[in-house]
Design a protein around this ligand. Structure first.
Ligand code: TYM
Length: 373
């Protein structure tokens, strides 16, 4: 709680790739809804972005553009703090300290690391054990078959991928834990893909508190009921992603024409009725979710409206494209109204506001560790 008795929320976006409506619907628009009720801190997490190689000029531009996206979405810098992660050195200092509490096994479990490196060491080892360890009576024997040889080869390839992977990519959830824990955060509003990272922050906070004495508040994750996992337009079984092929996402900076083309090309499910059924109709359910969140109309109402007014998926997609187009026009009008100098000033003020809180947490951590002289 802050002086004005408001609980604190903290969240952030990486200034890498192209921000899309998944980022907006799953996370940023939720922050807008929460900013009145909470002491709100929104970060541009540039140190996270460099876990993958970035072009310096592009990165510099992206940092400012992410702030413009926050503001065009409705984040009000009078109510919420917006700042740049690398401006507050306590983030990397605390991350180092938490590294000494985190375990390799904590990080190998992280889905994002597994996705990016295509490595799931624990699963391969589990498979090898499952396929080799046979029980005969009371004794266990290892059997080497050609299937197992294949798994061992896979393991060796995976280890090669791990060897090539940057340490930052592996360690990044610890930096994220540091971001969250520095600000006595009560709630972390994120999309579903980040839930596991927030859980790690909770684990590290508890571990530190029990080893050295209580410093950290244990944060809760806040995930929207709808929109927490917007799926790719080209593959509704995978989440919409910044780093995917542009046909996968509707960028917040796409023109309505480009967005319309992408929507008309989205994969569709079999059958032709417009029904929300995530399991059997993942593509149409995803489109209905986007439609509903952008227009504020209830999914049930949309289903019956589409049943009367649309002849199949083509008609439905046209209506969705119109709604998306309207949203993009109004969003981009606001986005283009901000100048770089104004954004730089907001980042500077934001850093000044959060620095004392971050420094104080770090001071208490150092005291507990015994390194504060
Ligand atoms: P990032 O930059 O990948 O994504 C920013 C936010 O967008 C959400 N999101 C989605 N939501 C719904 N559907 C999707 N397809 C989709 N794709 C992305 C993400 O869940 C996220 O909330 N590690 C974080 C950034 C971070 C952070 C933090 C967040 C760093 N430190 C501390 C919270 C607190 C990330 O890479 O998000």
């Amino acid at each position: 709680m802050t002086k004005d008795n408001k609980p604190t929320i903290f969240s952030g976006v990486q200034p890498s790739g192209t921000l899309h409506i998944g980022n907006y619907l799953g996370a940023i628009s939720n922050w807008v809804d929460l900013q009145d009720k909470y002491n709100s801190i929104f970060c541009v997490v540039d140190y996270h972005a460099i876990t993958v190689r970035q072009k310096p000029k592009e990165l510099n531009r992206n940092i400012l553009d992410v702030v413009k996206i926050y503001m065009a979405s409705g984040i009000n810098p009078e109510k919420a703090v917006i700042f740049q992660q690398s401006n507050i050195s306590a983030h990397t200092e605390l991350a180092w300290i938490l590294n000494c509490t985190a375990r390799m096994s904590d990080l190998f479990k992280m889905t994002q690391f597994k996705d990016k490196t295509k490595v799931d060491l624990e699963k391969i080892i589990e498979e090898i054990e499952k396929r080799t360890l046979k029980t005969f009576g009371n004794s266990e024997t290892y059997i080497i078959s050609s299937e197992v040889k294949k798994l061992v080869k896979e393991l060796s390839n995976s280890l090669n991928n791990v060897r090539k992977s940057g340490i930052g990519l592996f360690d990044y959830p610890v930096l994220m834990a540091s971001d969250i824990l520095l600000y006595n955060t009560d709630l972390v509003p994120v999309g579903e893909d980040q839930k596991q990272h927030v859980e790690l922050a909770r684990t590290l906070a508890r571990r530190f508190n029990s080893q050295f004495g209580k410093v950290f508040r244990i944060p809760e994750v806040e995930i929207r009921k709808e929109g927490a996992r917007i799926m790719g337009l080209d593959d509704p079984t995978k989440k919409m992603s910044k780093s995917a092929n542009p046909a996968n996402y509707i960028a917040l900076t796409d023109s309505p024409e480009v967005a319309t083309k992408k929507i008309m090309k989205t994969v569709t499910d079999s059958g032709c009725d417009i029904k929300y059924d995530k399991k059997n109709k993942p593509a149409i359910s995803n489109l209905l979710t986007i439609y509903s969140l952008l227009t504020g109309e209830d999914i049930k109402k949309l289903e019956s409206k589409c049943e009367c007014e649309c002849k199949g998926y083509g008609d439905f997609k046209k209506k969705l494209a119109e709604a998306v187009g309207e949203f993009l026009i109004s969003f981009q009008k606001k986005y283009n109204s901000f100048g770089d100098d104004e954004i730089k000033e907001i980042l500077k003020n934001g850093a000044e506001k959060v620095k004392p809180v971050a420094d104080e947490t770090l001071r208490r951590v150092k005291e507990k560790l015994g390194i504060k002289i």
